[in-house]
Design a protein around this ligand. Structure first.
Ligand code: SF4
Length: 388
């Protein structure tokens, strides 16, 4: 097997094992604590600076049988909270010393409350984020949240907060994010060289690793795909996939979209990698730097308030920048933030003359035939009629 396929195979094995063996190994070696976080954004720099391993948890995927998780949620709620609670109750997350639930939606807020009741001895924090972007109001509020987080981590066994350590951690994550940007740019240029189904596996595995190891993984992957000459371009339609920022689609669904004739040239999977768009400042007060980045340099997302700015404008800009020929609205069933934003985003696509289609999934879907036909027809119609 080539080094490239070996690397991707190792990454896939990591993300398929819900019992987080890599986290257990890290704890054995370092004696540190590990804290899980739900997508889509948490300030991982703070955890890293306090010698905590931040662990991205993204639900149970296709392979998990839900036995107790369904009892916690109504049938008209998305799937990720029930698989997350299932993994907590079946012992898969015993290796985690706590969880952080960022303010994404009401479902995650409820999940954080349930987690507190089920695991009272562990850290369980709901991380509120500002919806006001005035530095004095929303910024001040978020800074206080971050300070409280540092104290709570320390109470649960983390190293005390230290500004110099946080500056170093910010630099480590800046380097990591710059590689994600490089990977994204390379995919835009040659999506046949970096299939999204493969990039996704690498990016997701990185969220289980210390940031230094994740950065090495990205570098190694980039080096291997650059020298991989067997991959040749096909006549596929370039698409942007949006709406899948929280509950993740099964890997099989991403592969299905590619096999149906689409090159995914931009997406919202694993949004935490791209939440902050540029580098966070490494000079001055590092907590202020994280706050400023959140207020002024974060992406538009259905879970982030954007005030009076027109919804969908950033999506149109991303379509243009990525050279996408169409948009696939691909949201989890019952995902309020994604599905409430969709009509406004669709309006923006129509106004800009960008073709789109929409479908829904759940993380445990096993059948993709209908989606394959829909995405395939969409790709064909782009190839046949766009620009006519
Ligand atoms: S999938 Fe959507 S509704 Fe469900 S927890 Fe995530 S953001 Fe909330």
């Amino acid at each position: 097997m080539s080094a490239l396929y070996e690397l991707v195979g190792r990454a896939e094995a990591l993300i398929r094992d819900n019992s987080l063996p890599s986290v257990a190994r890290w704890k054995e070696v370092t004696g540190g604590i590990a804290i899980g976080y739900m997508p889509v954004y948490v300030p991982r720099e703070i955890l890293h600076a306090q010698a905590v391993l931040p662990v991205g948890v993204f639900g149970g995927g296709e392979d998990l049988e839900i036995i107790r998780g369904d009892a916690f949620y109504q049938s008209y709620i998305c799937h990720i909270p029930r698989s997350t609670i299932e993994l907590g109750l079946n012992g898969s997350y015993d290796v985690l010393d706590g969880m952080i639930f960022p303010a994404i939606c009401d479902v995650i807020r409820n999940l954080s409350g349930m987690w507190k009741l089920q695991f009272p001895a562990k850290l369980s924090r709901y991380l509120d984020v500002p919806q006001n972007f005035d530095p004095a109001i929303g910024g001040g509020f978020y800074r206080r949240e971050l300070v409280e987080l540092t104290l709570e981590l320390e109470e649960h066994g983390a190293r005390p907060y230290d500004a110099d350590a946080l500056r170093a951690s910010i630099a480590a994550y800046n380097e990591n994010r710059s590689l994600v940007r490089e990977l994204d740019a390379s995919r835009r240029l040659a999506p046949w060289k970096i299939p999204t189904s493969e990039l996704y596996v690498v990016l997701r595995a990185a969220l289980l690793l210390p940031v230094e190891a994740a950065t090495t993984l990205f570098r190694d992957y980039l080096g291997l795909v650059r020298t991989e000459n067997a991959r040749r371009p096909l006549d596929q339609a370039r698409v942007l996939v949006c709406g899948s920022f929280c509950e993740q689609p099964p890997l099989g669904l991403i592969k299905t979209l590619e096999r149906s004739g689409c090159y995914i040239v931009d997406d919202e999977f694993l949004q935490i990698h791209r939440w902050i768009k540029g580098d966070v400042a490494t000079a001055g007060d590092p907590l202020d730097a994280l706050v400023t980045a959140f207020l002024n340099d974060a992406i538009e997302s259905p879970v982030r308030y954007i005030g009076d700015r027109p919804k969908g404008a950033e999506l149109v800009a991303r379509v243009r920048a990525s050279g996408a020929e169409g948009v696939l609205f691909c949201a989890p069933s019952f995902c309020d933030p994604a599905l409430l934003d969709q009509p406004m985003a669709v309006k923006a696509m129509d106004a800009a003359g960008i073709p789109w289609t929409a479908f829904k999934y759940a993380e445990n879907n096993g059948q993709f035939q209908v989606i394959r036909e829909q995405a395939g027809t969409f790709a064909d119609s782009i190839k046949l009629w766009s620009g006519v």
